[in-house]
Ligand binder design. Structure first.
Ligand SMILES: Nc1ncnc2c1ncn2[C@@H]1O[C@H](COP(=O)(O)OP(=O)(O)OP(=O)(O)O)[C@@H](O)[C@H]1O
Length: 312
């Protein structure tokens, strides 16, 4: 698979303070890479270097195989950026804002019009495009900013905390749009301090703390480093003791304990085990009312690795 972003050993200091300390990662076409870390971890500084807004003290950034930095216009043209603060004119409509950004990208005439329609549709704003941005919710304004970042059909899209200060419904819409963009082949760098978001949409996550990537991998890989097992909670219509005995025989189940309403399992991969649990119960004529899988989450991983809580 083709790497769009290659970042290696990037460092940045301000005076005596090293805020980015040897950060590196790769992001493939179609992949969402989450940079997860608390406020002040160095996410925005890393992103500014990746965007070529800020010069790193050392290390390298490549975009689609080409060297990249503040003076590299060719690679900059391959990137789209959604900064932490929306840079929009409130007293213009979304379409007028996008026309302004299109001009900055050197787009005009029918090409600009076509691109503007394309990005408005991509973020689900086509029917409100002629309303003033000042009349928009926080989420709609954010989607307008995302649309602006897509005007040049980027190969790599960089989003700095895109859902900060956005209502839950808009947050969902934004996450879905970002996923759809990745599915269409865009490589996405996504910074967030929300663990739930990183778990939900990122294919891989880098845990950033004090300017360093302390761990990296899929959610499952990161969670597996903890050595903690999954917990599966079953609600049954009676016969809990029989069910517990039967389920304890399944490979991957460590303990099965009968509870007031059913059985609680301590097991390896709950999601992989679920169909076998259902079958084992059905074979014995036992009625299953619900099955819930509890996996250790990234919050636990973060705490384990850094000794700090992500949510501060
Ligand atoms: N221009 C600067 N001069 C001095 N220190 C800076 C500068 N820019 C950032 N820092 C410091 O670098 C550290 C990392 O900041 P950065 O904004 O990259 O973190 P962040 O993870 O994006 O946090 P946030 O979510 O709050 O933006 C912080 O301690 C910040 O105070």
């Amino acid at each position: 698979m083709e790497d769009v972003f290659v970042v290696e050993g990037v460092k940045k200091s301000y005076g005596d303070s090293t805020v980015v300390d040897g950060v590196g990662f790769r992001i493939r076409k179609g992949e969402i890479y989450g940079l997860l870390g608390p406020n002040g971890a160095g996410k925005t500084t890393t992103i500014s270097i990746v965007m070529g807004i800020l010069q790193a003290d050392s290390g390298k950034v490549e975009i689609s195989g080409m060297p990249h930095g503040p003076r590299e216009m060719r690679t900059k043209a391959l990137l789209g950026f959604v900064p932490q603060q929306n840079a929009l004119y409130e007293d213009l409509t979304a379409r007028e804002n996008l026309r302004f950004f299109a001009r900055l990208y050197g787009l005009s005439g029918s090409v600009a019009r076509e691109r503007i329609e394309e990005v408005l549709t991509a973020v689900g704003l086509a029917d409100r495009a002629d309303d003033l941005v000042s009349s928009y919710s926080g989420g709609m304004a954010r989607r307008t900013a995302i649309a602006a970042g897509l005007l040049n059909r980027p190969q790599g899209l960089v989003l700095d905390e895109p859902t900060a200060g956005v209502d839950p419904q808009s947050r969902n819409a934004i996450l879905e749009h970002v996923r759809a963009l990745a599915d269409s082949g865009v490589a996405v760098l996504y910074s967030t301090h929300y663990m739930e978001e990183a778990e939900r949409i990122c294919d891989r996550v880098g845990i950033l703390d004090d300017g360093r990537i302390r761990a990296e991998g899929t959610r499952r890989e990161l969670v597996d480093t903890l050595g903690e097992r999954d917990r599966v909670v079953l609600e049954l219509d009676g016969a809990a003791a029989d069910a517990a005995r039967a389920l304890e025989e399944l490979p991957g189940v460590h303990t099965a304990v009968a509870t007031e309403n059913g059985v609680e399992l301590d097991c390896d991969r709950g999601a992989e085990l679920a169909p076998r649990i259902v079958r084992a119960l059905a074979d014995r004529g036992l009625e299953l009312r619900s099955l819930t899988i509890h996996e250790p989450d990234l919050e636990a991983v973060f705490l384990h690795i850094t000794g700090k809580a992500l949510r501060g």
